[in-house]
Design a protein around this ligand. Structure first.
Ligand code: FAD
Length: 320
């Protein structure tokens, strides 16, 4: 059976959920082989094996932390050369997209980014993408080289399928050219205790309808009652009410959660571009004609200052 490489996204050895989703999707295409770069492969191996990694190719070089992403591309290239995989799946994070693009160039392969589904086709993997502000869904396949596909978080529900998960060392030669940039410092973001926006299963976003920065506390309270991440429209971000790192949309982040709650957001096409692939969309807006209701699965026409706190209260009371 063909092998499929899965690039492991991890934080100090803790495997992130999008990787488990990729292992689940990879099993449709062949036998998943995880590529783990950096320290902690031994500790990560059990979870990778639980979700179907037949083998884990591990490499831990100082270049992975001292230099920006390019040495990781050297490693992934080495993995491609040694495995000759049917496809390479990479999480659609900012880093993942850059690594995938560079790998595709290096291997002379076709690249598909931001897939929301991947399945086996007669002539190789077929990826589904949501394009043009999610107005269209396309299904495409790579016709040259090894298909390199980045997949958006929450595209699949991780399913366990225990496999051997044997850890093997991957020999990587980092070229001089790949040392072209050096990381001089890293500043960890202050933790809010909420999930990462692009990976969260639930996102609660606020827009201009909130009126000022202070009222974002209502959005945060609802998010916390649901264990959700907080998003914002560009209007809210431009007004300085919430940081740009939380902006959802064309010039912000693209999210695809199970549940997206939009409060006081009109649903401009640029906002939709970042959230339209969400599984279930709930909108709260006082204007019944707001475009957000065209795509909402559930809509509440009402004042968010009344609706959102009552919703939070109700959820809190049901959680007991
Ligand atoms: P508005 O459009 O002003 O909508 C506010 C909504 O709140 C209204 O529908 C109103 O009825 C409702 N409301 C008001 N008060 C209440 C209340 N008390 N209770 C309930 N509802 C209430 N936008 C993004 O979001 N993300 C992007 O990445 C992005 N990128 C862009 C890129 C470009 C090149 C351009 C040109 C624009 C971009 N925009 C982006 C901006 C986009 O066009 C919209 O201007 C923006 O999304 C509007 O934000 P909003 O819905 O919060 O504000």
């Amino acid at each position: 059976m063909a092998e499929v490489l899965v690039y492991v996204d991890h934080l100090n050895g803790t495997v992130r959920k999008p990787t488990l989703e990729l292992l689940t999707l990879a099993r449709r295409l062949g036998e998943p082989v995880a590529v783990f770069l950096g320290p902690g492969a031994g500790a990560a191996a059990p979870v990778l094996a639980e979700y179907g990694a037949v083998r884990i190719l591990a490499a831990d070089l100082p270049e992975f932390t001292d230099h920006f992403l390019v040495p990781r591309v050297d490693a992934l290239r080495a993995a491609v050369d040694s495995v000759s995989p049917a496809a390479v799946l990479v999480p659609s994070s900012a880093d993942g997209r850059e690594i995938a693009a560079r790998l595709a160039v290096r291997t002379g392969s076709g690249l598909i980014t931001d897939a929301v589904d991947v399945e086996a086709g007669e002539h190789g993997p077929v990826a589904t993408q949501s394009v043009f502000a999610a107005e269209f869904t396309t299904r495409s396949r790579v016709t040259r080289g090894v298909p390199v596909i980045t997949v958006k978080p929450n595209s699949a529900e991780p399913e366990a399928a225990p496999a051997a998960g044997t850890v093997e060392q991957l020999a990587v030669a980092v070229s001089e050219a790949s040392r072209g940039t050096r990381v001089v410092s890293r500043t960890p973001r202050e933790s809010t205790g909420r999930p990462e926006l692009t990976e969260a299963a639930i996102v609660v976003s606020g827009g201009r309808g909130l009126g000022d920065a202070g009222t974002f506390a209502l959005i945060e309270a609802l998010a916390d009652s649901l264990g959700a991440a907080v998003g914002a429209s560009r209007a809210a971000v431009d007004a300085g009410w919430y940081p740009h790192s939380h902006q959802v949309g064309q010039t912000g982040k693209s999210v695809s959660p199970q549940l997206y709650v939009a409060a006081g957001i009109s649903g401009a096409i640029q906002h939709r571009a970042g959230m339209q692939t969400s599984r279930t969309i709930v909108a709260v807006n006082k204007d019944a004609e707001a475009p957000i209701f065209e795509l909402a699965d559930y809509g509440v026409v009402g004042d968010l200052f009344q609706v959102v706190p009552r919703l939070t209260e109700e959820i809190e009371s049901r959680r007991g």
